[in-house]
Design a protein around this ligand. Sequence first.
Ligand code: FPP
Length: 262
Amino acid sequence: MAMVVEPISQDTPLVALEKVPQHVAIVMDGNGRWAQERGLSRQAGHRAGTENIRRVIETFAAYEVSVLTLFAFSTENWARPKREVNALIRLIGHFIDRELKALHQNGVRLCHLGSLDPLAPDLRRRVEEAVELTKENSRITVNVAFNYGGRKEILDAVRRIIEDGVSPESIDEPLFSSYLTTQGLPDPDLVIRTAGEVRLSNFLLWQSAYAEYYATDVYWPDFDGEEIAQALLAYSQRQRRFGGVVEEKTGQNHHPGRGSAP
Ligand code: FPP
């Protein structure tokens, strides 16, 4: 059954979708180039990128996407100039100050993926309070991946499995997934990357094994409702096979382990 979403704002077009992803994960790239093209500082680009986040969350929520994961800062981003790193860290605080109330009122559950350890205690506390305040919300879950790296997440899971004394024969995919920070959430169905790059950059490595990938040339601050509709339309037209085959007559998708795919 096709889903038709009414326009929720001027820049969110009416679009008929055969299927909507449950979990969308986004590598928000191109803040620097967006700023450079306007003769602005990279920090100004990150500010514009942050301002775009609320509209993106609202639009995905309107399409009934239930989980949105945003890659805000990778474990590799510490290598950037100190000034830029500090500006990105400050933006987390500003984002909470400016957006938390509205996000909470709009039913957004905020979660954090990664390690908060390097943050100042005050900022860490504000992030933890935002997570606590919104934990019962159920309209959409928004994971902010900050100081996150997929390989580190996998290594941390391995360490904890060993610490817990789990026997080798009881290690299977559901058990391993339960040791990841995304524990309990569905895997991403769609991974989007803005600004023309076609890399995964250590993002949700385990979880994205069967995700559909979508890249757009648009810079993150310009990633608007029209762009979201295009990404969802492209996803809606993909045939997911999970390593299986699609039978021509029925269009049914078979996978040895999963049965019919969505
Ligand atoms: C990539 O653009 C973007 C980032 C490394 C940071 C993304 C962060 C935000 C949008 C703001 C912080 C997020 C929250 C949740 C408050 P780039 O700088 O690599 O761009 P470039 O490739 O054009 O240089």
